[in-house]
Design a protein. Structure first.
Length: 264
């Protein structure tokens, strides 16, 4: 099974940042997102019980059971009985089940909780894992439609049934990453920042036009510059000088200039 390496993390972040919803799919995507947001309270109830972000639960609910609250989050089987498809026999206990009980079981079965990496890359990694690695492992030329269908990252190629691949068949289901992209565009969701990135962001030097003689401050500035350079369309030289260019980049990412910048 793939692991969330630095390279895979960068891939997910780049794809998400460059994701554009196909114009012909704008209305269907907007309709799906509007319905997800409308049911946010139910997703947040399960989020409070599990520690899993509501938007991950919402996207998974759309993918696995078309936002139907009478079906298991595990696989879309009806809540009137335990699951029949894989994973079979869930949840434990006598049916029928409430959607919330079933959803909590499904997430627990996947070992998802508040300690899971819920950064942007971590979220997309878990969504792809939820569906399986068939595309990445056997057809790496095709990005998983489970994530990217209805966007510029996907045209065709899908498993029409278990183990049967068609390079010409196209998914007619909106990808989970596309739903999250639209929710992010609307300002409805935000992703947790990885601890290493958060530490770099917190190490904010004061604005200055010259390099400090203090080696620890220079290292702090260089760390910030490397972090800023990881964002799209920011091309910053790592020179240890927290001057105008670094302050401009910091404002682009955070909305504020560096402390001490006279433009603040």
């Amino acid at each position: 099974m793939p692991t969330l390496t630095a390279a895979l993390r960068a891939e997910y972040e780049s794809l998400f940042n460059r994701c554009v919803i196909n114009p012909s799919r704008t209305k269907p995507v907007n309709d799906l997102v509007k319905k997800l947001i409308g049911n946010r309270a139910r997703y947040e109830a399960v989020s409070r019980a599990t520690g899993v972000p509501w938007h991950f639960i919402a996207a998974t609910h759309n993918m696995e059971s078309s936002q139907n609250f009478t079906k298991h989050l595990h696989n879309g089987d009806p809540l009137t009985a335990r699951t029949v498809q894989v994973p079979k026999g869930r949840p434990l206990g006598p049916p029928p089940f409430t959607w919330e009980v079933s959803a909590t079981d499904a997430l627990g079965l996947k070992k998802l909780d508040a300690s899971t990496d819920w950064s942007l890359a971590g979220t997309l990694f878990r969504l792809e894992l939820y569906n399986g690695w068939g595309y990445r492992t056997h057809h790496p030329e095709t990005l998983s439609p489970y994530l990217w269908s209805f966007s510029n990252h996907y045209v065709s190629g899908k498993y029409v049934k278990d183990g049967v691949w068609s390079p010409t068949a196209a998914s007619d289901q909106c990808g989970a990453a596309v739903l999250l992209r639209r929710m992010a565009e609307l300002g409805e969701i935000a992703f947790k920042v990885p601890a290493a990135v958060a530490a770099a962001a917190q190490a904010v030097p004061r604005y200055a036009m010259k390099k400090s003689t203090d080696a620890s401050i220079v290292a702090q500035v260089e760390s910030l510059q490397r972090w800023l350079g990881g964002f799209p369309q920011i091309f910053l030289k790592v020179d240890g000088v927290p001057g105008e260019k670094t302050s401009n980049a910091y404002k682009t990412v955070t909305g504020s200039f560096l402390p001490g910048d006279p433009r603040s």
